[in-house]
Write a protein that binds this ligand. Structure first.
Ligand code: ADP
Length: 162
């Protein structure tokens, strides 16, 4: 059985992430979305909130499981019997960092390989940071996040709607 892990902060999940999830779930038997618990970044949403939103927006994809983890990704992959790591590439700027991480992970556990999905052009500018920045000032984010995420962003920023 091919088990893949798509790790990330997902603070919050965007349509760009969802596109990668939809496409990568077709090439593995099971896709585990691993929400990084102890992110160095200051997260807007708690791990539980991030996991909850991902579960809701991926509920229609049967082979997707949502989980959280802390520590080293390769250790987590081993624990989950996963040998594929899925990452998304938006631009060449993502590549340098991702290449280094993929090589380090492969070195740490040669059983684990990283596969990259290139972004759908319509989501190439989409990021969790942009979604948060736009939502903070009440700007329309319906092109970049799912309705359930819009609701949660509005709750965080105390906007009644949009
Ligand atoms: P991290 O903090 O690990 O980069 P993110 O939640 O920002 O976590 O992203 C998780 C993964 O999704 C990364 O591989 C990132 O490159 C990818 N990704 C993020 N946004 C997009 C997008 N719009 N299109 C394709 N891939 C994306």
């Amino acid at each position: 059985m091919k088990v893949g892990i798509y790790p990330g902060s997902f603070d919050p999940i965007t349509l760009g992430h969802l596109d990668i999830i939809t496409r990568s779930s077709k090439v593995v038997d099971k896709l585990i979305i691993g929400v990084l618990y102890n992110s160095a970044k200051n997260a807007l949403f708690s791990t539980e909130e991030r996991v909850g939103m991902i579960k809701q927006v991926t509920s229609h994809i049967p082979n997707v499981e949502v989980d959280s983890f802390s520590g080293l990704l390769v250790d987590y992959a081993k624990m989950k019997n996963a040998n594929i790591i899925v990452r998304g590439l938006r631009a060449i700027t993502d590549f340098e960092y991702e290449l280094q991480i993929a090589q380090a992970n492969h070195k740490a556990n040669p059983e684990v390989d990283t596969i990259f999905f290139t972004t759908n052009v319509e989501y190439s500018y989409v990021s969790s940071s942009i979604a948060k920045e736009f939502a903070r000032y009440g700007s329309d984010v319906s092109q970049i996040v799912s309705p359930i995420v819009i609701e949660k962003l509005n709750e965080k920023f105390n906007h009644s709607e949009k």
